[in-house]
Design a protein around this ligand. Structure first.
Ligand SMILES: Cc1ncc(COP(=O)(O)O)c(C=O)c1O
Length: 398
């Protein structure tokens, strides 16, 4: 049996954690929602943090170590070269998205997204005074070029600048966009004069059978931006840092980013993220094997416990998007921008009746209602217990 970072911690040990996943709900709830993983830190990352603490090295971040580490990783894993001179450290991915959108658009301008999509895309974009325009994914959970073209046309119609916030790989469907799909995106973006910002936070978490393509590596994407971070793949969300990368034609835009933005990431975050990209391959490969097993296990658990629910194994991320519409829990969601922890429909029902916390589909925008998102980055025992509880509650209700 090979080592699996997802099998190291017991439920009692996990319950001692004080982060959002483990504290947002009472202790009888099994949390399979927010994208934190139930793993220990990769040993080399923990070592780098311990050294910094022991040395009192807790000042402000400085230098290009994160960009160089991301660059080496991108070269090793994706055969892609990052130009370190065209990068900037940013506080985290979402703050980086906001800062890049400020370079490319003005208040009142439009930002196109592909629902169902990571819920904070709506909140961050609209809190910064930009309009969100939806280009829904196609029925297979993939980018629909016709919907994208229509949204680009609609977004640009009143005049003003348009940006497109791409999620690559896509949260919550786990779709890993192919080179051909991304080339089509780039062609449309050029045709409609739309600037692309590619959120690539899940890029290292691509499971066997698929290959991640950096958006900036495709022809036509030279004027785009990408955001990268180790926070999903190595579970470092509490250690704030991310990297903004400009394509060659966007380098001048990046130079307009205020210097103060680079004071936002924490120095410990930059150290940890850089160490993960530099020396975390072996740990990551073990994680990916574990996630591949869990992705299969999830198929069995859905078939056994939740008949009628549809599950398409994700190609990347540790998030599974379950279509629960046949269960008939049609509770209406509140209007307006939803917070990640808002609950309606099946997620509300499973929390109330099975004491399992899932992400509620409605927060992911158009097409999300009636779905739930399951974070399967946990142990086999916890997944089996959660789905057994849900199955039992469902059978008792029928
Ligand atoms: C697509 C996507 N972007 C951004 C984030 C958040 O990243 P950060 O905490 O670095 O802002 C997440 C977290 O799950 C995510 O899934």
């Amino acid at each position: 049996m090979t080592w699996d970072p997802l099998e190291e911690l017991t439920l009692d040990e996990l319950r001692r954690r004080t982060s959002m996943k483990w504290r947002a709900h009472p202790a009888d709830v099994l949390p399979l929602w927010v994208a934190e993983m139930d793993v220990n830190l990769a040993p080399t990352v923990a070592g780098a943090l311990r050294r910094a603490i022991d040395d009192g090295d807790t000042g402000y971040p400085c230098g290009t170590a994160l960009a160089e580490a991301v660059g080496d990783f991108a070269c090793r894993r994706w055969d892609y070269n990052v130009d370190v001179g065209h990068t900037a450290i940013v506080p985290d991915v979402m703050q980086g998205v906001v800062e890049v959108l400020r370079l490319l658009t003005e208040r009142g301008d439009a930002v196109v997204v592909n629902p169902p999509v990571y819920a904070p895309f709506y909140a961050f974009v609209s809190h910064d005074g930009r309009r969100v325009i939806e280009a829904p994914l196609g029925p297979e959970g993939r980018i629909d070029p016709d919907a994208l073209a229509a949204a680009f046309a609609r977004a640009g119609a009143p005049g003003g600048k348009v940006a497109y916030l791409l999620c690559n790989p896509h949260n919550p469907t786990g779709s890993v966009h192919t080179a051909a799909e991304l080339r089509a995106v780039a062609e449309l973006a050029r045709r409609f004069d739309v600037r692309v910002v590619s959120d690539e936070i899940h890029a290292p978490v691509v499971l066997p059978g698929s290959r991640f393509v950096p958006y900036l590596s495709v022809a036509g994407a030279e004027n785009a931006f990408a955001l990268m971070s180790a926070s999903k793949a190595w579970n470092l969300s509490g250690l704030k840092a991310a990297l903004a990368i400009a394509g060659p034609e966007a380098a001048a835009d990046l130079r307009r980013m205020p210097e103060e933005v680079s004071h936002g990431p924490s120095h410990l975050g930059v150290l940890a993220h850089a160490e993960a990209f530099r020396s975390g391959d072996e740990w990551l490969d073990a994680l990916l094997r574990g996630l591949d097993d869990k992705r299969r296990l999830l198929g069995d658990l859905v078939a056994d416990q939740l008949p009628g629910v549809k599950y398409q194994p994700p190609q990347g991320t540790y998030l599974a998007w379950l279509d629960c519409r046949q269960l008939g829990f049609t509770e209406e969601a509140a209007d307006g921008i939803a917070a990640v922890a808002d609950l309606a429909g099946p997620a509300r029902w499973f929390l109330d009746h099975a004491r399992v916390a899932l992400s509620s589909g409605h927060v992911f925008g158009t097409g999300g209602a009636g779905h739930v998102r399951v974070n399967f980055a946990t142990s086999r025992a916890i997944l089996v217990e959660a789905f057994t509880r849900m199955g039992r509650a469902l059978r008792a209700s029928r």
